[in-house]
Design a protein around this ligand. Structure first.
Ligand code: AMP
Length: 170
């Protein structure tokens, strides 16, 4: 099955010059969604992963499905101010300005094996901030898995030494 066929390309969203890879068209197709979860989860079956960490918001959808498939728990990394209990914050640079991500302080226990999941690896700033949050909690990062990797943005450069897997590349 050609999963790329199910991804909608939206030019100039959320701003001029960005080509947005819209996965809602993939998620609404039962076979394509199922195949996506298979492809994302299979490399991590039997690897002793305790928790899958999903990055808000599309990482929640894919991460939760992968967690169920591999028998792991699910942990959200959220935009600032959304998590109700005590949280750690990590800031990262955007093209213009900065942004931050948060994780609950008790979401990962020291030594737990975790996998980070998101829909798109673009410049890598978001994923690198998620990696820092996991490290600060003492989690052992098994790797990062993405549905889509935008090779021309070279996001892997911000994730040196990490195990990175992507299902589709552009
Ligand atoms: P980055 O920090 O540049 O790697 O951006 C990654 C985050 O932004 C992910 O959470 C993606 O969901 C989102 N993102 C970045 N670029 C795109 C794009 N072209 N299409 C869809 N989502 C994107």
């Amino acid at each position: 099955m050609d999963l790329k066929r199910h991804i909608r390309h939206v030019p100039d969203f959320p701003k001029a010059g960005i080509l947005f890879y819209d996965i809602t068209t993939l998620l609404r197709d039962p076979q394509a969604f199922s195949k996506t979860v298979d492809m994302l989860a299979t490399p991590y079956e039997g690897k002793g992963i305790d928790a899958v960490i999903g990055i808000e918001s599309r990482g929640f959808i894919l991460g939760a499905a992968v967690a169920q498939r591999i028998g792991a728990g699910f942990v959200p990394i959220r935009k600032p101010g959304k998590l109700p209990a005590s949280a750690l914050t990590e800031s990262y640079d955007l093209e213009y300005g900065t942004d931050s991500l948060e994780i609950h302080e008790d979401a990962v226990e020291r030594g737990q094996r975790v996998l980070i999941v998101d829909d798109v690896l673009a410049t890598g700033g978001t994923a690198a901030a998620a990696v820092q949050l996991v490290r600060r909690l003492g989690g052992e990062l098994h790797g990062l898995a993405f549905l889509i990797e935008l090779l021309f943005l070279d996001g892997k450069k911000k994730l040196p030494g990490e195990e990175i897997y992507s299902v589709l590349q552009y």
